[in-house]
Design a protein around this ligand. Sequence first.
Ligand code: SF4
Length: 364
Amino acid sequence: MKKQFYDQLAEKSLDGELLLRPQCIEILTSKDIELLPLVDAAFTVRKKHWGRDVTIHIINNVQNGQCSEDCQYCAQSRSSKAEIDIYPMKSDDEIIKEAEAAYKSGAFRYCMVFSGKGQAESRIEHLVGLIKEIKARYPIEVCVSPGFVTESQAKILKNAGLNRLNHNINTSEKYYPKICTSHPFAKRVETLNAAKNADLDICSGVIVGMGEGEEDVVDAALTLRSFKNVKSIPVNFLLPIEGNAIVKANRLTPEYCLRVLCLYRFLNPEAEIRIAAGREYHLRDLQALALYPASSLFMDGYLNAKGSSRTKTLQMIKDAGFTIKSDQSLDALIENEHNINVASKNEKIQMKRFDDLHPSFKKI
Ligand code: SF4
């Protein structure tokens, strides 16, 4: 494709024009559309709305496992045999300490995630106190992922100062029955509408790689766009967690993952597109390139799976020429992590030993 093609993609997106569906599919699949100019076009859009800022999120599963639902990608679901640590809601003290640690490590937003399909009224009231306490103590935004909520529950959380409510749509409406049978897609949409009516900013994302087709990836992006107030879109790439009902459905390549992120940027130009779970596993050495379409990431892991170390994530942001949205300096945070790692010898240069230098030599 000529340069003009890529320029037009960026221009259309910046003008708020919707790309035609066949073009969206082409972005995901056509070898005529080259990766680097595509990433550059997505970066033009990202730069307009986010500059070179990266918002760092730290996720805390404040309650883990034993969910009544059967979301087949989820290690906490009733259909999963994955070995996870199961626990009820953490104490306020533990949650607040972890909020402090998140703030000190440069996080812009602290996300408290609950397993289960929803929360009792008493839990919502409990959350009110917790949200107020965290916000009073630290200059950090707070997001909660509580499962399904009613409009009145969403309003209570909004009045407590909640910045954002997370509820992922995960995939297209058409494909949804293939990934979950215990509730319909419409139920998720209901929660997003409840949050919207409560004037809460919405975080809602997808999981790519569950066996869906490209049309589903496009449909999900268009659904998110249709809400108008989806401010944040975590794009997850399915992690093959042993024991889950869906483990490895699509063969994801780093290139495909980047194409998905570019498409999501074009279709939701102002959103905080987040490289979420699977960043390390599926993007591998191309992770830094993903910062060009995306403007956000999780610092050091996901719900039940570990991710990169903090040092690696911060260093990658700096090395790629980006900065972080925080009142703390990226350099100071890196220096601090470096000191911790040197002290614990994690960063010590490993010297080659005899076996490394003479690989063909067999010890008797
Ligand atoms: S409702 Fe949430 S915690 Fe429960 S199985 Fe689905 S994704 Fe997992």
